[in-house]
Design a protein around this ligand. Structure first.
Ligand code: NDP
Length: 295
């Protein structure tokens, strides 16, 4: 990570295809041994377009590796009690190895109550406090998909992390905070000195410019510019946004939280959007489902 100006693309699609080959083989072995393939269910409440796209991508990914998948669509108007009741049923369903409840939920449903209702042994999103606590303690658990996927990508590209200064921008429970925990562990990838930045951080550019490894998960299109990046840094862009683009047939293009075009000239490697962190998140969910089936 020294002053290089040519960059390497950290290709999440390629990495996830390689991992999916191993997962498919493991799923076939599991089926031969147990008489059934790993089985994931995804619960989708309401008709939010983005959530529908994400859930369908997860279900499709299951098919490509030989998992069984069940998509449970529930109406936007479902009560919290009814949803909790459905979750109880999924907890008891012996045929199901793991399940996820796609977020965000309609505003009348408390996401914390929903997360707490999921049996931690089936919580393949890794959001239940029992799994979060185990992650912090370094115990076996389901890791949250996005940070775990980023770790897999760093491994795939043999990115050295020990002793590096990692700046994570964004402290959400599903991305930024667990990412900061995983990269500070005494493990590989890990052993970083981690700074966790957020909306109250003063002079963010002076902090991000110190990063050997910069992980950005703030949900603001093209927020990180070249002048905020240390020459030679490894940049992981978690954000994903549709922005209007009249030159495209679809009328939009996808961008991340990083202004990729200009940051490419400064960094040593970067995850593209799309095709970087996104595919890795889905592949992590498959890895967690395989783990649940083996458990
Ligand atoms: P959240 O909105 O939950 O969290 C955003 C975080 O960024 C907050 O901690 C917030 O700080 C911080 N933040 C906001 N503005 C600034 C700023 N100007 N300077 C510094 N910090 C700031 O987002 P998520 O973590 O859920 O997601 C982040 C992005 O990643 C989104 O674009 C999302 O779509 C994408 N995403 C992509 C995934 C993938 O698979 N590719 C998976 C999950 C998310 P504070 O806490 O102070 O409010």
């Amino acid at each position: 990570m020294t002053g290089v100006t040519t960059h390497q693309l950290l290709d999440g699609k390629r990495c996830s295809e390689a991992l999916k080959k191993d997962i498919a083989k493991a799923a076939a072995d599991e089926k031969a041994a147990r008489g059934k393939a790993p089985h994931l269910a995804a619960v989708l409440v309401g008709d939010d377009g983005a959530s529908k796209t994400y859930v369908e991508a997860k279900v499709k990914a299951c098919e490509t590796v030989g998992f069984r998948s069940t998509l449970i669509r529930l109406p936007e108007t479902i009560t919290e009690e009814d949803l909790l009741h459905r979750i109880e049923g999924l907890n008891r369903d012996m045929d199901l190895d793991g399940f996820i409840v796609q977020l965000p939920l309609p505003s009348h449903i408390d996401p914390e109550r929903v997360t707490l209702a999921i049996d931690p042994r089936k919580d393949v999103d890794g959001f239940h406090p029992e799994n979060v606590g185990k992650m912090v303690l370094g115990l076996p658990c389901f890791l949250p998909a996005t940070p775990a996927g980023i770790c897999e990508l760093l491994k795939y590209y043999s990115i050295e992390t020990a002793g590096k200064h990692c700046v994570v921008v964004g402290r959400s429970n599903i991305v930024g905070t667990p990412m900061s925990v995983l990269l500070s562990r005494n493990a590989y990838p890990g052993n970083c000195t981690v700074t966790l930045a957020h909306s109250r951080t003063k002079d963010l550019p002076s902090i991000t410019r110190q990063a050997d490894l910069l992980v950005v998960a703030i949900g603001k299109p093209e927020f990180i510019t070249a002048d905020m990046v240390k020459p030679g840094a490894v940049v992981i862009d978690v954000g994903i946004h549709r922005i209007p683009d009249a030159s495209k047939k679809s009328g939009f293009r996808l961008v991340g939280d990083v202004r990729e075009e200009e940051v490419r000239a400064v960094c040593s490697s970067i995850t593209p959007v799309p095709g970087g962190v996104g595919p890795m998140t889905i592949t992590s969910l498959l890895l967690n489902t395989l783990k649940a089936a083996r458990n």
